[in-house]
Every structure is written in structure tokens, then in C-alpha cells.
Write a protein that binds this ligand. Structure first.
Ligand SMILES: Cc1cc2nc3c(=O)[nH]c(=O)nc-3n(C[C@H](O)[C@H](O)[C@H](O)COP(=O)(O)OP(=O)(O)OC[C@H]3O[C@@H](n4cnc5c(N)ncnc54)[C@H](O)[C@@H]3O)c2cc1C
Length: 510
């Protein structure tokens, strides 16, 4: 007997069942079990009228309150239909490319279908401030650390077969709009030796890069002014740029199709239990375990405490703020609790310029030794360009406004020197985004935080997190599900290096 039949029989035999109530499957589907109970009640018509009036009054109150807040999109007393579940296994905080990649890989690796309930919480559904969609979309092999080169190679291999990984049945295939094009790093006298050392590291790690003398450089790219250039390195394959929005959505669409639960809300609190432990060096440490995350629904007073076993901090530029909620960084200066997660937002401008006489189809992603970069943006003489400001000139991070003066003073002079045709360029638009900047050594921080034994960090990628997201997602999923790295050993990116003050300095930061 079906569940529905059993319920009907039960109802018929229940005391107080009214023969006149005709419940069909259609009713049940339409109104659900709540209506079924209500039909059996003898609620007076007066009471129904009271609730009707209350509904109307609430609607009136809502309108009055939102009229009183001109310009606000906040709607008071709105009941959100999208509350997250009260209990999941893993909460991923941050639905950028890193968060969704981890979610995808967790599902991909789980041993039993639906083995883990995974929730991804994102506070900015339009991604208006997320680094992912505001990035330049580049991928390169030319790093100085073998770990970063391996991350790039693994990620580019993933991108080559993206539809094998992220294709969803009956949906359009993923088209990353990948522009295969080498990065071209230029070195001055001062940087030439480092460039040679990096080249050897890159070759040993399996990357295909060539070194060019100024004469060779001029032959290959006649539009370059080689003044001041002593050496150049040019990527021969596995480099270029792609559409970040497409990669983010491809991870997200696939992960959701595999059962990951998306939620638009902000994690505003993390509830922990604390245990006092004594370290090897006799330090008494408060080690925490997160039991709940509080998810505040957007534009609403509602929130949902979500009980969970594991939390992943993939909150990008704001991941440092998240760990601060747990007291990380506010302990005594010489203790572990006194060391903050060194990740903060750093504003970076991207200028879109047009120059009909600029370099053509064979334009590489050029990084001048001054740090100024440019690349082609589609065809028709469009390019994007920028440079990271000096440490002392870091702009205010309260907003994402663009400083146009910065282009005039810091970017254009270098562009025009390096490519004389750029003397005549015109800025057509610009945007700014936040780097998830690791102030310690400008590299990712991956793994469990030593004082929060169920929080995994995946943050601090400082300008190269987009391209590494496929391999980082897999690595974090391995850590969580297998207990250690399986395919790429990224243990040197752990928080431990910050405790021991041993930076993993990446020399090729753009
Ligand atoms: C101008 C610019 C150019 C760049 N160029 C490149 C490039 O060419 N190549 C490259 O590889 N990388 C590049 N990057 C870096 C790259 O964009 C980032 O490293 C990468 O996108 C980080 O991804 P993420 O998912 O960690 O961060 P994000 O995309 O920022 O995602 C984190 C998400 O967490 C959410 N969040 C934060 N706090 C909470 C909370 N409490 N509750 C819920 N949600 C929360 C945020 O809303 C955000 O959407 C660039 C970045 C910028 C700004």
C-alpha cells in the first residue's frame, strides 16, 4: 500500500473525520500536508477572518516601512523562501570560484552518492565585489615556485577537458572562451638573473617557456620598444586568458546538479566549543571547534543557525575578517592566537583602452619589468591594462571606485614607452576589484587552521586564485575526504609557515 493510501485509511478511521472532506492526490500535491491538517480542524470562520486581516495589515506595514526607507531595497518582515537547512556536513563560506570548485570536487570524490550534505553560502548573489568576476582572467605557467607552476599545469589540463568534468546532461557545453596566448615577462638588468633562475625552475616543473634576447624579442614582436630590456621570457603553451564568469558558473552549475545546496546569505557568526590544550612549547592554547554557522538572510531579519561538522573558509578578500570573528589574531602578541590570518582586500584597477593602431592578434599577455601589464581584449584594437600600486600608495578599500589619475600617472607612461603606438590610446572604461591579498607572502593559504580544528582555509591567492581554482578545489577536497593531499602536495601552503615565519615568496606576482 502506498504511503498516500495508508494516510487516507488512517484519516478515514480517525475520530472526527468528516465524510464531506474529499482529498485527492492533486490536492495533496497542491497544498501539502499542512492544508490536510487544517481541513480536519474545526477552526471558526471568525479566526480565519482574523488571520486574513493580519495578513493585510502586515502587507500595509511592510509597504509603509519600505516607503520610509527611500532607496533601500530592504523589505521588512519578508519571509525568505531560501533558508538553508538546519544541519549539513560541510559549510563552504564564499561562493566564488574557489568555493564552488571545492564544492564540486567534494561531490566528485564522495564515495557514496549523496554521502555528504554540502552548503555553499554566498552573500553577494550579483558578485558585485567578488574577485573572481572582476579579475583579468589570465593563466600562466611562469611562476617562481614549483608548487604554483604545478597548480597552473593541473588547472590548465582541467580546462582543456572542462566538459568531461563540468558538462551537465541536457545543458549547453561549457565554453571558457580560452584565448591561447603566451605571457611575455620583460626583465631589466636588475631582474635578469632572477628570470633565468625562474626559467630553470619552470622547465624542471614541466612548463614550456623560452628565453628571448632583446634582438629576438624585437624580431618576434616588432612593435615593442626594447629599451631597458635585457631578457624576456615567453610562454609557449598552456597560457592565455579565459572568461572567469563562465568558469565560476560552470563549477556552480555542475556542483548543484550533483546535489550541493546553494544559499544566498551572509555568515555573520560562528558558534564554537573550546578546549584548552598545552602545546609542545608549553603554551596553553584554546582550540576551537565550530558547531554552528549563523547564516543571515539577505535584505531580511531572518537568520538560520546551520549545524555542521566542517567549515571551509573560501571568503576570498574577506576571509581574514571571518577568522577574526573567532578571535584569531586578537590573542597575546607572542601566542598563536595573536597571529591573524594575513589576508585582506587590496584594490586593483583594470583599465580598458582602445588603440586602433596597437599590436594585433599575436599580442601576448605582456608584463613589463615595472609591473605594468596589458593584454588584448577581443579584437578591434581593445586592450586591458593595469599595475599594482606601491605598498605605500595602496588605495582605500571602502569602495570599488576607479582612480583615473592613477592611469595617467602610473600606467599610460609605461605603456606608451613600451609600445609607442599606445601614445594614442583612449580609455573606454575601467573597473576595480579586490585582490585576496596575503600580506605575508602573496601566496595561497591552504589547510586546517591550527586553532580551529574543523575550519579549512582556501584563501590568500593574491592575484592568481582564479587560474589555480580547479587544482586548489581538488586539493582541499582531498584534505577533507582523504585526510591528506593525494595528487599535488600543497602542504607548504599551510598556515604553519606563518607560525614559523617562513614565507613562500612568489617572485612573479603581477
Ligand atoms: C583586478 C583583478 C585581476 C585579477 N587577475 C587575475 C588573473 O588574471 N588570474 C588569476 O588567476 N587571478 C586573478 N585575480 C585574482 C582572482 O580573481 C582571485 O584570486 C580569485 O578570484 C579568488 O577567488 P575566491 O573564490 O577565493 O574569491 P571571491 O571570488 O572573492 O569569492 C569569495 C566570495 O566570498 C563571499 N563572502 C565573503 N564573506 C562572506 C560571508 N561572511 N558570508 C558569505 N559569503 C561571503 C564574497 O561575497 C565572495 O563572493 C585577479 C583579481 C583582481 C581583483
Amino acid at each position: 500500500m502506498s504511503a498516500w493510501r495508508r494516510l487516507q485509511v488512517k484519516l478515514r478511521t480517525a475520530p472526527g473525520f468528516f465524510a464531506s472532506i474529499q482529498l485527492t492526490r492533486r490536492h495533496a500535491r497542491q497544498y501539502g500536508p499542512l492544508t490536510l491538517c487544517r481541513s480536519l480542524s474545526t477552526g471558526s470562520p471568525l479566526q480565519n477572518k482574523y488571520f486574513k486581516d493580519l495578513k493585510a495589515q502586515l502587507a500595509g506595514f511592510r509597504k509603509k516601512a519600505s516607503d520610509a526607507l527611500p532607496g533601500s531595497s530592504w523589505t521588512p518582515l519578508l519571509v525568505s523562501p531560501n533558508l538553508p537547512p538546519a544541519r549539513v556536513d560541510i559549510v563552504i563560506i564564499g561562493g566564488g570560484v574557489v568555493g564552488w570548485s571545492i564544492a564540486y570536487w567534494l561531490k566528485q570524490k564522495e564515495m557514496i552518492r549523496e554521502g555528504a550534505r554540502i552548503l555553499v553560502v554566498e552573500k553577494d548573489p550579483m558578485y558585485s565585489q567578488s574577485s573572481t568576476v572582476l579579475s583579468a582572467g589570465g593563466i600562466r605557467q611562469q611562476f617562481s615556485l614549483p608548487e604554483n607552476i604545478h597548480l597552473s599545469l593541473a588547472s590548465v589540463n582541467f580546462m582543456r577537458k572542462i566538459n568531461d568534468y563540468l558538462g551537465v546532461m541536457n545543458e549547453d557545453p561549457v565554453d571558457l572562451q580560452f584565448n591561447q596566448s603566451g605571457y611575455l615577462f620583460l626583465a631589466s638588468e636588475q631582474g635578469a638573473q632572477i628570470m633565468e633562475e625562474n626559467y630553470i625552475t619552470q622547465r624542471n616543473a614541466g612548463a614550456h617557456v623560452s628565453l628571448l634576447s632583446p634582438t629576438q624579442l624585437k624580431q618576434k614582436f616588432p612593435w615593442i620598444n626594447t629599451d631597458g630590456v635585457v631578457l624576456a621570457s615567453y610562454g609557449l603553451e598552456n597560457e592565455g586568458w579565459f572568461d572567469p564568469w563562465t568558469l565560476l558558473n560552470a563549477f556552480k552549475r555542475k556542483a548543484i546538479s550533483m546535489g550541493v545546496i546553494p544559499c544566498h546569505g551572509e555568515v555573520t557568526d560562528l558558534k564554537c566549543t573550546t578546549k584548552m590544550l598545552r602545546s609542545d612549547s608549553d603554551e596553553i592554547m584554546a582550540v576551537k571547534r565550530i558547531n554552528y554557522v549563523k547564516v543571515q538572510m539577505l535584505n531580511s531579519l531572518e537568520y538560520q543557525p546551520v549545524e555542521c561538522s566542517i567549515v571551509v573558509n573560501a571568503a576570498g578578500a574577506f576571509s581574514g575578517k571571518l577568522t577574526k570573528m573567532l578571535g584569531i589574531g586578537s590573542g597575546p602578541k607572542d601566542s598563536i592566537a595573536g597571529i591573524p590570518l594575513p589576508v585582506e582586500p587590496r584594490k586593483r584597477y583594470v583599465y580598458v583602452v582602445n588603440c586602433p593602431d596597437g599590436p594585433g592578434l599575436d599580442t601576448p599577455f605582456l608584463i613589463d619589468y615595472s609591473g605594468v601589464y596589458f593584454r588584448r581584449e577581443g579584437l578591434g584594437g581593445n586592450y586591458i591594462a593595469g599595475v599594482s600600486p606601491e605598498e605605500a600608495e595602496e588605495p582605500d578599500t571602502n569602495n570599488l571606485e576607479v582612480d583615473h589619475q592613477f592611469f595617467e600617472e602610473k600606467v599610460w607612461p609605461v605603456l606608451a614607452h613600451r609600445v609607442p603606438a599606445f601614445e594614442k590610446l583612449k580609455v573606454t572604461s575601467a573597473w576595480a576589484g579586490f585582490y585576496d591579498y596575503n600580506t605575508f607572502d602573496q601566496n595561497g593559504i591552504i589547510g586546517v587552521h591550527p586553532l580551529i580544528n574543523n575550519m579549512y582555509l582556501a584563501t590568500g591567492f593574491s592575484g592568481h586564485g582564479l587560474q589555480h581554482s580547479p587544482a586548489v578545489g581538488r586539493a582541499v577536497a582531498e584534505l577533507i575526504l582523504d585526510g591528506n593531499f593525494k595528487t599535488l602536495d600543497l602542504s607548504s601552503f599551510s598556515f604553519g609557515r606563518i607560525l614559523s615565519q617562513e614565507p613562500m615568496l612568489e617572485r612573479n606576482i603581477v
